[in-house]
Design a protein around this ligand. Structure first.
Ligand code: ATP
Ligand code: MG
Length: 324
């Protein structure tokens, strides 16, 4: 396999609060290879966003602290402790990001063209005229109709799906090597969601960028990802290719997520959701962190669980029964 573009090793991002230490991300490791789409999936509160904000070094510090021993390597550089100035040069340049709610990342008082243009002037040193022409071209590329008119509109004049397209156009403006997309389609209705995912998949190939896609929805993962990292309670609990995860899930949590997907064959069928909720990160349960919610829990689950390597490249599950 090619050398990883992004290599996260034993990442621990903890919040030091008055209520205690919230170990939101607690020993996470994974790689993203050039040009691939890696999905990070898990329920609310598993630490997906804190992982992505750690990569981008956009956490509130304090109370957040990336603990000693954590490593995030991007294209050969160590990002932990890199300093804001060098990080700012990487952010929006080599690593771009899009979030769930595009409105919160767009400035309501500037036109779309001004905002994309600013990124182009800053990162690609274009003059005003060239930046406007390039902004129109980018809007067309992300499928915005009448881009030469839309370029002069304000964010509130666009629909949610269109705003997300604008965010994608902005993130493409400096040809990033890695795009981090945190729940990019969660706020959109199903048809628009499918269109945005299709767009991301096409752009990834065209621009040969890697995508780190964060979602709570395995359906989204199935559509666009090559490999999957399943997170639970601040840890990686299973990794594999999309095919392996869907055809042969080894961690009971992954099985639970799959069982709660609507069935294509029988859409009317009642969904089975995993009982209980993700525990609080200030006090992860001792032993297997999924034990309280696991139908198969029993003897052997009181011990903290290690990732067990399984047959298949990079395939692993954090369950002592993973091989059976
Ligand atoms: N500023 C903060 N201070 C204290 N704890 C925080 C802070 N931000 C996040 N956390 C904690 O970190 C944990 C992980 O949060 P995170 O946002 O990464 O979850 P997530 O997997 O992205 O969930 P969602 O699907 O809801 O977006 C949460 O339990 C949350 O309480
Ligand atoms: Mg999140």
């Amino acid at each position: 396999m090619t050398e990883a573009l992004l290599s996260v090793r034993d990442l621990r991002t903890w919040f030091h609060t008055d209520q205690g230490v919230a170990k939101a991300v607690d020993g996470v490791s994974f790689d993203v290879h050039p040009g691939e789409t890696l999905g990070i999936v898990g329920e609310s509160g598993c630490g997906k966003t804190v992982t992505s904000l750690s990569i981008l070094q956009l956490l509130p510090q304090p109370p957040a602290k990336i603990e000693a021993g954590s490593s995030i390597r991007f294209a050969g550089d160590e990002l932990v402790g890199i300093g804001e100035k060098r990080m700012r040069a990487l952010r929006g340049n080599e690593i771009a990001m899009i979030f769930q709610e595009p409105m919160s990342s767009l400035n309501p008082v500037y036109t779309i063209g001004d905002q994309i243009g600013e990124a182009l002037r800053l990162h690609r040193r274009m003059d005003r005229k060239a930046a406007r022409a390039e902004a129109i071209r980018l809007l067309a590329e992300v499928g915005i109709p009448e881009p030469d008119r839309r370029v002069d509109e304000y964010p509130h004049q666009l629909s949610g799906g269109m705003r997300q397209r604008v965010m994608i156009a902005m993130s493409l403006s400096c040809e990033p090597k890695l795009l981090i997309a945190d729940e990019p389609t969660t706020a959109l209705d199903v048809t628009i969601q499918a269109q945005i995912l299709e767009l991301l998949a096409a752009l990834r190939v065209k621009h040969s960028m890697a995508v780190l896609l964060i979602t709570h929805d395995l359906g989204v993962v199935a559509e666009v990802c090559d490999r999957v990292v399943v997170m639970y309670a601040g840890q990686v609990v299973e990794t594999g290719t999309v095919f392996e995860i869907f055809s042969d899930p080894r961690h009971p949590y992954t099985r639970g997520l799959l069982d709660s997907l609507p069935s294509v064959d029988d859409p009317g069928q009642r969904l089975v959701s995993i009982p209980g909720t993700v525990p609080n990160p200030t006090g992860w349960p001792a032993g297997c962190r999924f034990r309280d919610r696991c139908a198969r829990a029993g003897e052997g689950c009181e011990a903290p669980q290690e990732l067990v390597a399984l047959a298949g490249e990079g395939r692993a599950a954090r369950c002592w029964r993973a091989e059976s």
